[in-house]
Design a protein around this ligand. Structure first.
Ligand code: GLU
Length: 427
């Protein structure tokens, strides 16, 4: 990962904004996070001791609406990373046209080292610290790396207990029975899948002849793999944080997922009732997975995995960024020169926040939508965003990333201009 991921993120906004001829005043408006809160979170551990964790929340930009973005639990969380992720959320919400700005949160913790009850106390402590900072009208968290629906449920409950009101719209990605939306669980993977279907139409890809490698088997990675396999795509490689498995003939994604749920390990084991067999495969490293000769590479883990060092070794024809920020900015040009088409994170993984928006809208309406309605509306938003980005890229002869950022920055720019800019006040 680059030294300063936030610097990398805003340099990208600056250079794309400049080449898209966006006024410097607007770019400048995107260089400054609106507000950041850092808090020490005391948590009673199961052995009776108290441990202190650091919680962060960044509200990056709220020109288009309340700030929106997940909360990540990871030992490598830093303030810079949270700011970068919050900036990417700002761009992402604008790319798909949601009435949101961008935000992000994180706790520096290895959640795998906590018991379930310690995890609950930590999640509630985060909300106690942030209760006056977040809220359904101004800043709405959601799940991210190593956080899930159960954690969102605890957080919503804590917020409501503090405020003494029912306020399900304070957080999205909740369990359905606590006001979550149908279809939120697989929304990130589904959004990426919908982008790939559109890409396949444009590039005339035949699913059964198209090979896919997926780095990361969390919520995003699993669902996009599952949906692509159902469509006939060949999933030849899958990885988790410990390593990767490769099989030329392709894997059965659900068998591997079930095994991972059971043993917590990534194993190519297929079970039929109680009879299990290990299918033949190779074990490779995460970095080898990135360099496989496949058609579609899907980084679905953490940021900064494709850098200027390994970009020249990438053999995939397409990269679909399900993770946030998997490609560092100085690798963009190298990949572009190799003719690799990248569906950028701010478009490819926007399905998650889109269904979060549906959840928030349902919470405000007090009216739950059917799964069909969620899928129909998600399909509409993803397809039209993909088409607009694709057409802009063709028209202005730019990469899809440049086009997506351009679309977002122009949208945010129009909102800033509507308040008045230097040109307005001087004319
Ligand atoms: N953490 C997800 C993302 O990076 C979802 C955010 C949300 O639903 O607000 O897009």
């Amino acid at each position: 990962m680059s030294e300063n991921v936030f610097e990398d993120a805003f340099n990208r906004v600056k250079s794309i904004g400049k080449s898209a001829k966006v006024s410097p005043e607007i770019i400048d408006g995107l260089m400054h996070p609106k507000a950041i809160m850092t808090a020490s979170l005391p948590v009673r551990m199961d052995d009776g001791s108290t441990k202190y964790f650091t919680g962060i929340r960044c509200q990056y930009n709220n020109v288009l609406g309340p700030t929106k973005g997940g909360i990540r639990y990871h030992p490598d969380v830093t303030l810079e990373e949270v700011q970068a992720l919050a900036l990417w959320m700002t761009i992402k919400c604008a790319v798909v046209g949601l009435p949101y700005g961008g935000g992000k949160g994180g706790i520096i913790v290895d959640p795998k080292e906590l018991s379930p009850m310690e995890l609950e106390r930590l999640s509630r402590a985060y909300v106690r610290a942030m209760a006056d900072f977040i809220g359904p009208q101004n800043d709405i968290p959601a799940p991210d790396v190593y956080t899930n629906a159960r954690i969102m449920g605890w957080m919503a409950d804590e917020f409501e207990a503090i405020k003494r009101v029912k306020a399900p719209g304070v957080i999205t990605g909740k369990p359905v029975r606590l006001g979550g939306s149908l279809g939120r669980d697989d929304a990130t993977g589904r959004g990426a899948y919908l982008c790939i279907l559109e890409l396949a139409k444009k590039q005339k890809l035949a699913p059964e002849k198209t090979t896919v490698a997926i780095q990361g088997f969390g919520n995003g990675g699993y669902h996009v793999a599952r949906l692509l396999q159902n469509e006939g795509y060949k999933i030849v490689a899958i990885s988790d944080s410990k390593g990767a498995i490769y099989r030329k003939a392709g894997f059965d994604v659900d068998s591997i997922y079930k095994e991972k749920q059971k043993s917590k390990e990534l194993k190519a084991v297929y079970c039929d009732h109680s009879v299990c067999e290990l299918v033949e495969h190779e074990t490779i490293s995460n970095s080898e997975l990135l360099e496989l000769d496949v058609d579609i590479l899907i980084p679905a883990a953490l940021e900064g995995v494709i850098t200027k060092e390994n970009a020249k070794n990438i053999q995939a024809k397409y990269i679909v960024e399900v993770a946030n920020g998997p490609v560092e900015s100085d690798a963009d040009q190298i990949l572009d020169d190799k003719g690799i088409i990248i569906i950028p994170d701010v478009l490819a993984n926007a399905g998650g926040v889109t269904v979060s928006y549906f959840e928030w809208a349902q919470n405000r309406q007090g009216f739950a939508w059917t799964l069909e309605k969620v899928h129909e509306r998600l399909g509409h938003i993803m397809r039209s965003a993909f088409d607009d980005v694709w057409n802009l890229a063709e028209k202005e002869k730019r990469s899809l990333r440049d086009a997506a950022y351009t679309r977002a920055i122009r949208r945010i720019g129009e909102a800033i201009e509507a308040h008045g800019t230097r040109d307005y006040f001087n004319s």
